[in-house]
Design a protein around this ligand. Sequence first.
Ligand SMILES: Cc1cc2nc3c(=O)[nH]c(=O)nc-3n(C[C@H](O)[C@H](O)[C@H](O)COP(=O)(O)OP(=O)(O)OC[C@H]3O[C@@H](n4cnc5c(N)ncnc54)[C@H](O)[C@@H]3O)c2cc1C
Length: 303
Amino acid sequence: MNREQREVLADLAEGNIRFSCSMADYTTFKVGGRIEALLGIEKIENLLRVVQFLRREGISWFVLGRGSNLLVMDGDVPGVAIRLKGAFDAIQEEDSRERKCMAGAGVSLGQLLEFCRRKGYGGTAFLAGIPGTVGGAAIMNAGAFGRDMSSLISGLQMVTPMGDVVERDRDTLSFSYRKLEMPEGGVVTRVWMKLEKSTTPEVAGKIREYLRRRKKTQPLEYPSAGSIFKNPPGDHAGRLLEEAGLKGERRGGAMISAKHANWIVNRGGASAQDILDLISLARRRVREKTGIELELEIKVVGQ
Ligand SMILES: Cc1cc2nc3c(=O)[nH]c(=O)nc-3n(C[C@H](O)[C@H](O)[C@H](O)COP(=O)(O)OP(=O)(O)OC[C@H]3O[C@@H](n4cnc5c(N)ncnc54)[C@H](O)[C@@H]3O)c2cc1C
């Protein structure tokens, strides 16, 4: 980006911009090179103008939630990461009888769970322990314990790659396993959810139970991005990886967890390349042993 482009972006972000930021500080893996600029956008008008500007200028960009499903490579990352804040970071109850609420895409899943616990609204407890945003969880159709985001969402607002705001009803949205079909470069800005009838103690109990189950089976003591690979149809990536003898394999500071073979953990000082090397090793071994080609669940950004 040239100086003029930086100045325009700083203006559109109302000063909420940082240049040359280490992505290791913004991802749960705690790895990644420096991105040219990190923008915090607080209003939809500014988001529209930013998206239009970036498209017109041919500057690459992506939305950054909590960086909990991202592997950012070690080299400098050209372009911009956009974080949704301010107006995108609020939850509103729209109809208490119907338990309908609207959450901004920048709201953390932790905030959403706390809202549901306080109100006694059910249906979201499966999200306990997933360290993402509502927008990131919608795009990824995040799920656990047999449920996923598609079971909660009744509609969403998005900004199209052309910079228009559109609202989409649930029946026009296409969710599949860990995926929401979106036009490339679309940004989820708001999500409407219809929650279930419950009580505060019941919601609190379910959250505790799910967190307990995670602690038992997942290596939460180290930085990671959760599951690396999607489960292939009718099977579990973790099982295939374990049977291929991959638990405990190390490259530099990265290790295939001994607790859960579908998790790679940063044991300290890992580079993104260490993690990518383990991913290649895991894929090759599983392919050789079973003929199955594992598909990445995490998103890789940069070089
Ligand atoms: C400890 C741990 C446990 C986890 N457990 C689970 C689990 O049980 N189930 C599960 O499904 N996942 C799990 N994950 C993965 C991850 O938390 C989820 O995928 C989460 O929904 C990602 O949200 P995020 O806001 O961090 O998105 P990010 O990682 O920041 O982004 C992920 C992708 O979504 C895009 N994106 C983010 N926000 C938007 C938006 N508003 N509009 C358009 N695109 C957007 C990004 O550009 C990127 O391509 C886990 C991760 C960790 C670290």
